[in-house]
Design a protein around this ligand. Structure first.
Ligand code: ADP
Ligand code: MG
Length: 287
């Protein structure tokens, strides 16, 4: 079994009136199954309201399945006794860094998690140092979080989670409130956690450019997984992605349009570099 296994998950939000009668039901996750292996970098893409956050909250036992089962490191999230283990195994990072940072000084903030877990003081400081270094924020350790940019704050939130030594980190649209520079910083830090620290990463986003380094991409729509595969496989489905209202990267679109015009471009072009190389080959063949 992988570090995370989701089987036949259904989750319904139930709205009730004052008397407790059911007024309406929203099926936010509708029969989702997936299996994530230790060390994988997995991306979950989807438009607003497609069920990404509801799914994410199951990976940390914030929500429990209406139907189906979620296992984190082999433990069923419905098992009350496993909740603390699960939350320590799968750390969560949310959209708004301002709601996640509580310390007055960066290093103190990062130390809160391990302190609450009862980690000995000397080890807390080691973990704070290593976590801040892992996200490139060590030189800001004595700063007040108020003085940091959005991208820097979000990296401090990530450091706070990895200081608890999770096997897995779930990031729910961590870049949604950031400017392009902040987004790049955060994505670079997240990639390093996976590449260097071998932490399993589950990155939820609606920015397609952020998923090109993932091992596997799941695309959600109306609570279901509607597309899945490697980034290249998923990016090959340009028409489908447009239907799903996802912003397909410019290079992918341009390569797709050229291919439709008869240029021998490959499917699923991901980066500028790939585009340039493929286009140069086209011109060589055509001219
Ligand atoms: P995403 O993260 O992809 O934007 P969500 O998981 O937040 O999607 O939402 C999926 C669906 O569930 C949407 O239709 C949304 O309106 C509904 N929903 C989300 N949170 C709640 C809630 N607390 N109560 C009722 N419905 C909700
Ligand atoms: Mg969401």
């Amino acid at each position: 079994m992988g570090i995370i296994k989701v089987k036949d998950l259904v989750y319904e939000y139930i709205r009730r009136d004052e008397e407790g009668n059911v007024e309406g039901i929203t099926t936010a996750v509708d029969d989702v199954s997936l299996n994530i292996n230790q060390g994988d970098f997995v991306a979950i893409l989807g438009h607003n309201g497609s069920g990404k956050s509801t799914l994410a909250k199951h990976l940390n036992a914030i929500l429990y399945p209406t139907e189906g089962t979620v296992w984190v490191d082999g433990k069923d999230t419905k098992d009350d006794e496993a909740v603390w283990d699960i939350r320590q195994t799968a750390g969560m990072v949310f959209q708004n860094p301002d709601n996640q940072i509580i310390g007055q000084i960066v290093e103190e903030d990062v130390g809160f998690g391990p302190e609450n877990m009862g980690v000995p003081t000397k080890e807390i400081w080691e973990r704070v140092e290593e976590s801040l270094k892992a996200v490139g924020m060590y030189q800001f350790r004595k700063f007040s979080p108020n003085k940091l940019s959005g991208g820097q704050k979000q990296r401090v939130s990530i450091a706070g989670v990895i200081a608890m030594h999770p096997k897995c980190i779930v990031l729910d649209e961590p870049t949604a409130m950031l400017d392009p520079k902040g987004r790049k910083e955060v994505i670079r830090a997240v990639r390093a956690l996976n590449d260097v620290e071998h932490i399993t990463v589950i990155l939820i986003t609606h920015y397609m450019e952020e998923v090109i380094y993932a091992d596997k991409v799941y695309v959600m729509d109306k609570g279901q997984i509607t597309l899945q595969g490697t980034p290249r496989e998923v990016f090959s489905e340009v028409e489908r992605l447009k239907e799903l209202r996802l912003d397909v990267p410019q290079v992918t679109l341009l390569a797709h349009e050229l291919k439709k015009e008869g240029f021998p471009m490959p499917k699923g072009v991901l980066t500028n570099q790939e585009f340039v190389e493929a286009f140069a080959r086209c011109i060589g063949e055509v001219g």
